[in-house]
Design a protein around this ligand. Structure first.
Ligand SMILES: Cc1cc2nc3c(=O)[nH]c(=O)nc-3n(C[C@H](O)[C@H](O)[C@H](O)COP(=O)(O)OP(=O)(O)OC[C@H]3O[C@@H](n4cnc5c(N)ncnc54)[C@H](O)[C@@H]3O)c2cc1C
Length: 415
């Protein structure tokens, strides 16, 4: 077995697998280490990143997936366009609407099942000759040296690399071992997710309704179902998780109201405790963080993987450029540029998501009036609506130059 690689990626969830796919034509030798093996044949995927959840991917994220060469494969598995977004507060007068027609795009974003993304990415990885997939295997230690990173696996194997990319999710062990400092702020909130059917179908509308102590998000998905993400205080989780489907739907209806008509069916429920977690820096030594290993956040704005994809895009652009120029993919200069390119977006996303959570879980009456005035203003004033829509679509950040443009870029920049 090979023990020396240009790049080692720890974690084959959505971020790690997308990043690996983006290097399939780089000519670099890559190892992808994943703790849970993908399923064989028709078996159910047990990998934690590809469970029953869905993600809403903004228009900008879709452009990154396209540039990385993985969008068509994912789309073939079934995606649902979001054409309308409706934001409101229970008992409030303000409503904000966003429309794909107004933005002159076919969709503001697309909803995809995590399982579908996993199936497509792993199929592409299997076909990439320069990528060694090492699974099931867990990284238990990693050490940054001047010229390499040494990675230790649970079974005693030792590998080394020019660049270690850490994509092992929010509870990253590799991140700790390589000396990253983390800020952690638990929210007293848990997301309850389930697939829901409503009598009126979804008409490609995504709903976000703030309900006093949390938020209900309903995303349109396949078979006219909604994907529900209901953020509730920790004290209500056991109660809601233990209800019968009928009683759960009654509670949901009471919280959300009847804008979608009656909720008629609920799928299996799962609960995810929520916290804001962020590394002080997304790179150090010869190591870079991407996806939830770099930053986990509240799903209220549906931005987690969208932001993770911008990490993937930014790093993939730099590494593919370095490969074309025959340069070191783990150089200090490359990682400094990665840190610089991610800084503004990281700042915007932390502030946006964290203030959204704070604003909508504070019952103080003057604040309630202010947020409803805010929602009404967004609806009435295009100068407020457009920047907010751009943020939801992931169009506020720099898009990476990938597949189509790389040869031109290299000609210009290779020294
Ligand atoms: C309820 C909810 C709703 C969400 N909705 C949205 C949404 O609408 N839009 C959006 O953009 N985002 C959304 N998100 C966020 C999104 O799901 C995450 O950002 C994304 O799944 C993170 O992917 P990842 O690959 O970074 O991490 P993970 O999915 O955690 O993957 C990490 C991988 O690393 C592997 N691993 C772990 N440790 C090791 C080790 N030591 N060695 C080897 N492998 C290891 C694991 O097995 C796993 O496969 C939501 C999140 C939640 C909780």
């Amino acid at each position: 077995m090979n023990t020396s690689y240009d790049i080692i990626i720890v974690g084959g969830g959505m971020a790690g697998a997308t990043f690996a796919c983006s290097l399939a034509h780089s000519g670099l030798s890559i190892a992808l280490i994943e703790a849970v093996a993908p399923p064989k044949g028709k078996k159910r995927n047990q990998q934690p990143g590809y469970d029953d959840r869905t993600v809403a991917l903004g228009h900008g994220s879709w452009r990154i997936l396209d540039a990385l060469g993985v969008a068509d494969g994912i789309a073939a598995g079934g995606i649902t366009p979001i054409r309308h977004i409706h934001i409101s507060e229970k008992g409030g007068f303000g409503i904000a609407r966003m429309e794909s027609e107004e933005e002159r795009v076919a969709a503001l974003g697309y909803v995809v099942e995590n399982r579908v993304i996993g199936h497509s990415l792993w199929k592409q990885l299997d076909a990439a000759p320069n990528i060694d997939i090492i699974t099931p295997a867990s990284v238990v230690d990693a050490s940054n040296y001047l010229n390499q990173v040494v990675v230790n696996l649970e079974d005693g194997r030792e590998l080394n690399t020019n660049l270690l990319v850490i994509a092992d999710g929010g509870r990253s062990a590799a991140r700790e071992k390589t000396g990253f400092q983390i800020i952690r702020k638990p929210y007293d909130q848990t997301a309850i997710v389930a697939n829901i059917t409503a009598e009126n179908g979804h008409d490609n509308t995504a709903w976000e309704r703030f309900v006093g102590d949390g938020a209900v998000a309903l995303l349109p998905m396949t078979d006219q179902r909604y994907s529900l993400v209901w953020s509730v205080p920790g004290s209500r989780v056991d109660y809601l998780m233990n209800l019968s489907d009928k009683a759960f739907l009654r509670e949901l209806q009471e919280a959300f109201g009847d804008r979608c008509g009656q909720f008629t069916k609920a799928g299996k429920r799962a609960a995810y405790p929520l916290a804001l977690e962020q590394a002080h820096t997304p790179a150090n030594g010869r190591t870079a963080l991407i996806g939830n290993a770099s930053w986990s956040m509240h799903p209220v704005a549906g931005q987690g993987f969208n932001r993770g994809l911008r990490d993937v895009g930014a790093l993939a652009e730099l590494v593919n450029e370095a490969a074309l120029c025959g340069e070191d993919p783990g150089s200090a200069h490359l990682l400094k540029t990665y840190i610089k390119r991610r800084a503004a977006d990281d700042r915007i996303m932390t502030t946006y998501t964290d203030s959204l959570v704070k604003t909508f879980t504070t019952p103080f009456p003057p604040l309630k009036l202010a947020r409803n005035l805010g929602l009404a203003s967004v609806s009435m004033l295009p100068c407020l609506r457009h920047p907010l829509t751009a943020l939801s679509m992931g169009e506020h950040a720099r898009l990476p130059r990938l597949r189509k443009h790389l040869p031109d870029v290299a000609l210009k920049h290779c020294s």
